[in-house]
Design a protein around this ligand. Structure first.
Ligand code: HEM
Length: 133
């Protein structure tokens, strides 16, 4: 059996939160046509309930992300600074787009915010894997 230590737990919690933030958006998006057919109230309640879980996951990502940075032992490696900088911009843009989506009063902003939140989160996830590799 390979060793399990605090680093394993740190990365596990970070990846779990990323799975909720990114995977939850993908899943809710896929279920939305069915939920809408069941009624506007149903889709709205589902989105609101998911929002509570998703923002908790986002907060966990920020905390474990800072922890990752503190624990990362190869910050001098070529490309690290650029990769983490772009990743952080993607993280912030994903959060901003999610807020825009939540507060949207028109269909255009609802769609743009939702798409942005997911696409920027996917980019952050991809860059996270690049950092770990
Ligand atoms: C939308 C938000 C985020 C997503 C989706 C995300 C996703 C990921 C993923 C999938 C990994 C790879 C883990 C692995 O391969 O085992 C990772 C690693 C990493 N993340 Fe994040 N992350 C997010 C936010 C953050 C934030 C806010 C920070 C910094 C403040 C951060 C810093 C890091 C670092 C330094 C690593 C490399 C850790 C290591 O290999 O030791 N992440 N991230």
């Amino acid at each position: 059996m390979l060793t399990v230590d605090l680093d394993t737990v740190r990365l596990f919690v970070h990846v779990l939160a990323a799975a909720v933030w990114v995977g939850g958006q993908l899943t809710l998006g896929a279920l939305l046509p069915v939920l809408r057919r069941a009624g506007t109230d149903v889709s709205r309640s589902a989105a609101r309930q998911f929002g509570r879980l998703a923002w908790s996951a986002y907060a966990v990502l920020l905390v474990t992300g800072v922890w990752n940075m503190a624990a990362y032992d190869d910050t001098d490696r070529s490309g690290f600074a650029g990769t983490i900088s772009v990743k952080l911009v993607m993280v912030v843009l994903s959060g901003i787009a999610a807020v825009v989506h939540t507060r949207a009063t028109s269909r255009t902003w609802l769609a743009a915010g939702g798409a942005g939140a997911l696409l920027f989160a996917l980019a952050a996830m991809f860059l996270g894997v690049v950092l770990s590799g």
